[in-house]
Design a protein around this ligand. Sequence first.
Ligand code: SAH
Length: 256
Amino acid sequence: MLQNIRVVLVNTSHPGNIGGAARAMKNMGLSRLVLVQPKEFPSGDATARASGADDILANAQVVDSLEDALVGCSLVMGTSARERSIPWPLIDPRECGAKAVEHARGGEEIALVFGREHAGLTNEELQRCHFHVHIPSNPDFSSLNLAAAVQVLSYEVRMAWLAAEGAPSKVEKFDANSLRSNEPATMDEMELFYEHLEKTLVDIGFLDPEKPKHLMPRLRRLYGRSAVNRSEMSILRGILTETQKVARGEPHKRKD
Ligand code: SAH
């Protein structure tokens, strides 16, 4: 599954950073490295910084353009150390990890794209990305070393992957969120759900507001019996959201 996630480095100047990125990736279980016109590669500096991750370097794909690096990907997330003039969907590394894992589990190919040490990614390159990822660093000193930025994103991918695989994470039992997900949904959450449900049923033509036939009280009774917990509630809300998208003819999770 993690093989569906590739790391793309654009025009890297210092081969040591390529090695550092390879090591960071291997530590976190990622293996696919794509290099767009690296200044110097292969290189002894890259191998030295990779430590034991030479296999990642040996299998790295070297290509001529970002376009070539992104072949087969349906989700591209590009990193940026600073705010750009063009407004674009902006996410943090945690959301990036979650999205990468969610899509990779569905069999999609994902790219995480990193820019040049001195100039980052161009606006044109950033506009090829679905999302921009910013590591929320000190605004007065926001630029991380390239390999360090690769480390942060790879770590977030790993955390999202561990959570998704249900693999035992040492911190799991202290995670307040995972404890909360087993708690029953609160009344206010249930009210929001019923509002959402009613609206969706009207949208898809199942509920006629002129002739409601007690549908909502009946559904309230049904769901009220089910002792819905918080994580089940988020599944139900997700189903409603996707149903509404389909009803409106908007792009949704399954495109076929
Ligand atoms: N002067 C460049 C900095 C490039 S740092 C600029 O202003 O864009 C080299 C690469 O490391 C960036 O292109 C990006 O891929 C990554 N990077 C560094 N700091 C980052 C941050 N705070 N958030 C996201 N990516 C970062």
